[in-house]
Design a protein around this ligand. Structure first.
Ligand code: SER
Length: 382
């Protein structure tokens, strides 16, 4: 299944069961929202999952782009991405968690052709209802304590969740999701049975609300039988090996960070010293650091149009390739200048002995050299 067929299979399944499509939001939440970026499919729906009626009714479905900086250091493995897409379904009190799990299994089996012989789930040890449901369906269950509880922050809707894993190798399944990393997590069903208040109190909510989220790129690795998310059709336009030969981990980081930067720029963010702009700045600078380590003459100006264009199209963004390229190149110029200015300053300072925290603060305040850059220069990464 290619990416479009996968999305359609998911959305149609829920539409046929009375769910209405809700618009995809930008990565940038509306003013007043405390988070920097939309981190999950449910995030824009938080007020509705907390009790407010949704104008489109109590059964909803969509595809939502998300960004998680918590995973930044894990990018480069087979499954983590900075910007990823989530397919989500929601019940605002319209049906139970049992129904959500039964539909979840039916969609895996009939829509995606993945039967119980390749599935394993994890369930919160106190969520007897979900445990019994999976036992009735016939999918093996692993009970956990802390790992099967989901919340989108310190307050708001939360509850036990049930995570669905697929066995990806050709050999018969072994172990469990927490003991064998070859189980790939693809879908999370959260039974939002509580509202967490500022004082930490958990208020039970009835009827429970349901929030499910499937990692689209991860699901594609399963459906397309690829080793990693980077080998799925989503990343086909991003094959940059001919342009910049790199080792595989760097290739993956460069691809992920560039694609993520394009999406973030497409949603209106510009590099800056703090907040969202700083996340974008870090992404671009991490790319340049990897590229320049091998050859300092490499430039983002050599990026072909295809990956930029296909990413803008895929996310349906109102921007164009030239605007995105301009932002990338401006940031590259700025960073090149900073590295040029920083190199002699850091090496002069280093000749006097190891750098202290005070030195790092001085280099930042006096020369505008960020701590991360100084560390990279010291370790000769750029
Ligand atoms: N909110 C849950 C998650 O992000 C399920 O959608 O995993």
């Amino acid at each position: 299944m290619n990416v479009d067929q996968t999305v359609t299979t998911f959305l149609d399944f829920y539409r046929e069961r009375g769910h209405l499509l809700v618009d995809e939001h930008s990565l940038v939440p509306p003013p007043g929202d405390p988070v920097l970026f939309t981190t999950s499919g449910m995030h824009p729906l938080t007020p509705y999952l907390s009790g407010r009626p949704h104008p489109r009714g109590p059964r909803l479905v969509n595809r939502q782009r998300c960004l998680r900086t918590t995973d930044l250091d894990e990018v480069g493995d087979d499954t983590h991405l900075t910007v990823f897409q989530m397919l989500g379904s929601w019940s605002l009190g319209s049906y139970s968690g049992v129904q959500s799990l039964v539909w979840g299994y039916e969609l895996m089996r009939d829509g995606f052709r993945i039967g119980s012989d390749r599935l394993h789930v994890t369930v919160h040890e106190q969520d007897v209802e979900s445990l019994r449901t999976w036992e009735r369906i016939g999918v093996p269950v692993e009970l956990t304590e802390d790992e099967n509880w989901w919340s989108n922050g310190p307050t708001g809707p939360c509850g036990p969740d049930s995570e669905i894993f697929v066995w990806t190798p050709d050999t018969p399944p072994e172990g469990t999701p927490t003991t064998d990393p070859r189980w790939t997590e693809v879908w999370n069903h959260v039974m939002m049975r509580y509202l967490r208040h500022e004082d930490g109190r958990l208020e039970p909510v009835e009827p429970e609300r349901i929030d499910t989220g499937m990692g689209l790129e991860r699901m594609l690795t399963v459906l397309q039988g690829t080793r990693s998310v980077f080998d799925t059709d989503v990343f086909r336009p991003w094959s940059l090996t001919g342009l910049w030969p790199l080792d595989e981990p760097s290739q993956r980081v460069v691809t992920d960070h560039l694609r993520s930067s394009v999406v973030v720029i497409g949603d209106g963010v510009r590099p800056s010293p703090n907040g969202r702009g700083y996340v974008l700045r870090r992404l671009i600078r991490r790319v340049l650091t990897r590229l320049w380590r091998v050859d300092p003459d490499r430039t983002l100006g050599d990026l072909p149009t295809t990956p930029l264009m296909s990413t803008i199209d895929q996310f349906g963004q109102r921007t164009d390739v030239e605007r995105v390229r301009d932002v990338l190149l401006n940031e590259e110029d700025r960073f090149r200048e900073l590295v040029k200015r920083g190199r002699p300053v850091v090496s002069r300072r280093r000749s006097r002995g190891p750098l202290t925290d005070d030195d790092l603060r001085y280099l930042h305040d006096t020369y505008g050299l960020p701590r991360e850059l100084v560390v990279d220069l010291l370790e000769e990464r750029v």
